[in-house]
Design a protein around this ligand. Sequence first.
Ligand code: FEO
Length: 394
Amino acid sequence: MTKTIIPGIRYIGVDDLALDLFEGQYAVPEGMAYNSYIIEDEKTAVLDTADATAGEAWKENLLEALAGKAPDYLVAHHVEPDHAGLIVWALAQWPSLTLVTSAKAVQLLGQFHEGVDFASRARVVKEGDELVLGSRTLRFFAAPMVHWPEVLVSFETAGKVLFSADAFGKFGALSKCGYFGEEDADWACEARRYYFNICGKYGMPVQTLLRKVAPLSPAVICPLHGPILRKDLSQYLDLYQTWSSYGVETEGVFVAYASMHGGTAAAALKLAEILREKGCPKVATADLCRDDMAESVEDAFRYGKMVLAAPTYDGGLFTPAANFLHLLSAKAWQQRRVGLIENGSWAPASGRIMKEAFAAMKGVTVIEPAVTLLSTLKSTDLPALEALADALLA
Ligand code: FEO
């Protein structure tokens, strides 16, 4: 199935509803979309392909759109396999097809596909280069590390359509969340989980990209995942500005806890209750042992303050909390205030370990003192929880 975005530009991407884990680690209960587009003008350009697992459906869409014509150009904005799985097939199918991509992409494609001569089929483009298709022209912008080094985005100047690669993408198949952004009332939820887990580390490159594309005032944004955005685009640009600058999207406290026998969880949930009673504008909680870890990473970035509650385990930090800290560090989590609840039955050490981990993160301030539990939450611990809540709300 294909969809017209504006006359001359069509969606030919595919949904993958069978996928369990995107990139082998992110749960996608609503599936995933691999977006691909075609521009029909004096010349015909296909923009990106799809994951090879969805190859048959993508070929069907492409061949339907082409209606027997041969495409002139295949533009590859990003050659991660979820978008580049059919490039080799397309080059073999149409010997006159020219691959339009970055020099780095040509190198990376060669690494993924042994024995294929991409260089002889490629027209290498860089920042500022243009591809004239007739009445429509694609202008290219380099977007290194959004989310790989070879990434390009392009701007179709007549229709003011931004082909944004992974930027402005979202988890979820389009048959589930709608093909166009205006059908997707809760775009930010899965777009935020996608952004921070896929691009969270790359705030500076995303800021650089925003400085290039925002002044173009795009009328339509066509990402490689998620809905096509064509209404109230400032809301998406503003969210990307906040996310990529590690700003606070929602005032409130995220309480993340990992608990072996329930004592740490009881303290974390009691703190959440106290925060709500004291008027905290928003309190979100997550069980790091059971809830989606990617969503916890997302919430850590979303809120201005966080509490991490975890017991001591094998003389170190309980594994789910250690994994969470590892992910926060890997995603360059920063510029936040953190409160700590530690637990230990004979030699509490988790507070010290969490503090050391946060000390290595940019602009993260740990609120002193940490709350220390001995095995279970007791009435004598409540003043310390009250004090932590007051410090978080100060
Ligand atoms: Fe959707 Fe970075 O690939």
